[in-house]
Write a protein of this length. Structure first.
Length: 120
């Protein structure tokens, strides 16, 4: 947890690591990465529901190379996220359509939503 925080702070300061670059392009997305396929990639997933501070990080080894950056920039940027999507779903996180990003298992379960929070 300490390492994760220092990493994020460094990215926010310099904006030069892979996670920072992807974040600029995919604004509003709550999934960021450190590292590039092929190889081990660390993922940082934060709940995008207002008021929720749930966040997790995990590592996946991605064997496939991303598409060429010049011909498929979006595919290049989304390569790692795409590979992680099934894993994220398995953990109970839900992608909210419309640019809201990912919600954690607690927020994506209707029974756990507080009516007052939904009006914010
Ligand atoms: Zn949440």
């Amino acid at each position: 947890m300490v390492a994760q925080r220092s990493h994020n702070d460094r990215c926010a300061t310099t904006g030069r690591c892979a996670a920072g670059a992807a974040g600029d392009t995919m604004r509003g997305m709550s999934l960021t990465t450190a590292g590039k396929a092929p190889g081990p990639v660390r993922f940082y997933l934060a709940c995008d529901r207002m008021g929720c501070r749930e966040r997790v990080s995990f590592d996946l080894v991605i064997a496939e190379e991303p598409p060429d950056r010049e011909t498929d920039l979006f595919g290049y940027l989304l390569h790692e996220a795409g590979k992680a999507a099934p894993y994220i779903r398995d953990r109970g996180w839900v992608f909210i359509e419309g640019g809201e990003g990912y919600w954690c298992p607690k927020c994506s379960t209707p029974a756990s939503r507080a009516p007052s929070a939904d009006r914010l």
